[in-house]
Design a protein around this ligand. Structure first.
Ligand code: AMP
Length: 301
């Protein structure tokens, strides 16, 4: 177990690398009645991640954040290789946010060699639409790592971001499949001043590309402001045009039911829906979404 103290901050954050050390520490803390909030991340932290830490700090006596770039959720090896790593700054930011524990396992601790790691989770339709369709195997990898982390940390509350809307649904499904009672808290998306959703992947964009990537937010806002009951073909095409104008190459622009992510091409004006986009700016793939208001013009609700 390592201890890291930065004298400018009053709190001390533990950095723990071994799962057994973390379990032992958390067990001891729990005996004094502390409730644990957990934020799993892949590092390259930004204010979006920290908003989850801050929320967890407000709602729990003990906050654990993990940094682990999970190899099994990358369907593209190049994406895994290029995933940004900024550990020193991450530690600095977590200390500043008064995070209590940083769990920093190595791959061998999460996927011990000599053991078979071939679980399969029945995620139903969630696995074949949107991110599931474009990133085959991605959500199985997410489930593998989240199951392992949850079993190590056993948090009362898990904090995840709406930015990864489908992942939120997958994680909820996973917890029900493995019969874990952890409460899932979905936190809203933090954005740059131009609307671009904060993401570790933004670090790979040039300043000019960051400007253009805000086209994703513009397209989502366009949908949100102009959606009407009836066929959605035209509005989706218009949103696609906005992306093209900014030089964004879309994998998908879709509208789905918010509750179960069923893709729809016609809206009854009453069901809660979400618009979702995945698009490339250069070589960087970005995703974002917006839950659409039901108080559109014409219905007065
Ligand atoms: P990641 O490190 O990308 O795996 O993200 C770790 C957690 O932070 C996930 O639950 C994400 O949904 C969440 N997150 C990522 N970006 C944002 C953001 N801009 N605002 C709020 N939460 C976010």
């Amino acid at each position: 177990m390592e201890r890291l103290a930065i004298t400018t901050f009053s709190a001390i954050m533990l950095i723990i690398k071994q799962p057994a050390d973390l379990s032992a520490y958390l067990q001891k803390e729990r005996r004094s009645g502390k409730k644990c909030g957990f934020i799993p991340t892949m590092g390259a932290l930004h204010q979006g991640h920290l908003s989850l830490v801050n929320r967890a700090k407000e709602e729990n006596e003990l906050v654990v954040c993990s940094i682990f770039v999970n190899p099994t959720q990358f369907n593209d090896p190049k994406d895994f290789e290029l995933y940004p790593k900024t550990l020193e700054n991450d530690i600095y930011l977590l200390e500043k946010a008064a995070c209590d524990v940083l769990f920093l396992p190595a791959t061998v601790q999460i996927y011990p060699p000599g053991k078979v790691h071939d679980e399969w989770y029945d995620l139903g339709e969630l696995e074949s639409v949107l991110e599931g369709k474009y990133r085959p195997g991605h959500f199985q990898g997410v489930c593998q790592v989240v199951q392992r982390l949850i079993h190590i940390v056993e948090p009362e509350q898990l904090y995840i971001g709406q930015k990864d809307y489908q992942q939120c649904m997958v994680i909820k499904k996973l917890l029900s499949l493995i019969h874990v009672q952890t409460n899932v808290v979905i936190c809203s998306t933090l954005r740059e001043p131009n609307g671009l959703a904060m993401s570790s992947r933004n670090m790979r964009l040039s300043p000019e590309e960051k400007g253009k990537a805000a086209g994703i937010f513009e397209a989502l806002s366009y949908i949100s402001q102009n959606i009407q009951p009836g066929t959605l073909e035209h509005i989706l095409a218009q949103a696609g045009n906005i992306l093209s104008r900014y030089g964004l190459r879309a994998d998908y622009v879709e509208i789905a039911t918010a509750a179960d992510l069923r893709l729809i091409d016609n809206w009854n004006g009453q069901t809660e829906i979400v618009a979702l986009i995945a698009a490339y700016m250069g070589k960087v793939r970005l995703i974002d979404n917006m839950i659409l208001p039901l108080n559109f013009a014409g219905y007065g609700n």
